[in-house]
Ligand binder design. Structure first.
Ligand code: CA
Length: 235
């Protein structure tokens, strides 16, 4: 468990929403930092190093998707995006760019807080439960405690979801996991009605790209799901 208060960056140009979120998150005991446009968001992210980011997509100057892209270049901090009801593409693109979750406006602040708590809890379960050191498989080094995956010494920069996905597969020790099982385990109580097994496939595809030369360790088992291969790969 973290001893310090967790810090949340709220990026939202609509003043009423920003203030409501700020008020409620502070009341829940979080440290809160706010930004009202994309440029300010990137500056605040660098400066305050938040544990969580709530990111509106429609923003002045630099839009939320670009902010997300820039955050993901250097960090796996959990990000939840806020999108308008009609902007299905924003949602899909946001998840593809590595957002951990999304909420459609108008949303309930209570539900948003529950989602944040869930994501932060899962992130800490992954790191707490795995505090027992390091693992090397081929050119991949995993440091469970530090939440770190490197390929030939280069950081793979996994998002928390990708990390959780990799851990789930490695922990299964070669057992085939169905897409449904993966969805349930990694996404938990997120709105499953709006996520489906294609989400799993998209995240697997991204994870494989980041694993570079070790990508074949995540094997597709026709119609059944995915498994992790820890034996030496064929050259
Ligand atoms: Ca907006």
């Amino acid at each position: 468990m973290k001893s310090a208060k967790e810090k949340i960056l709220i990026v939202e140009d609509e003043r009423d929403i920003r203030h409501a979120l700020q008020y409620n998150l502070k009341r829940e005991g979080y440290d809160v930092v706010c930004a009202s446009d994309g440029k300010a968001a990137l500056a605040a992210f660098q400066k305050s190093k938040p544990d969580f980011v709530i990111l509106d997509i429609m923003l002045p100057h630099v839009d939320g998707l670009e902010v997300l892209r820039q955050i993901r270049r250097e960090s796996s901090t959990p990000v939840l995006i806020l999108t308008a009801k009609t902007k299905e593409m924003d949602r899909i693109l946001g998840l593809r760019l590595g957002a951990d979750d999304y909420m459609v406006k108008p949303f309930s602040v209570g539900e948003l807080i529950a989602r944040i708590q869930g994501i932060l809890r899962r992130a800490s379960v992954v790191s707490d439960g795995a505090a027992d050191g390091q693992l090397t498989i081929g050119s991949m080094q995993v440091d469970w405690a530090r939440y770190d995956v490197a390929i030939s010494g280069h950081p793979a920069q996994l998002t928390p979801k990708e990390f959780a996905l990799l851990k789930l597969l490695i922990d299964a020790k070669g057992k085939v996991l169905s897409r449904e099982h993966i969805l349930e385990s990694v996404w938990g109580h997120d709105k499953q009605s709006q996520l489906d097994t294609r989400t799993v496939d998209q995240h697997i595809a991204r994870l494989r790209r980041k694993l570079k030369g070790e990508r074949e360790r995540i094997a597709t088992v026709a119609t059944a799901g995915y498994k992790f291969v820890s034996t030496p790969l064929k050259p």
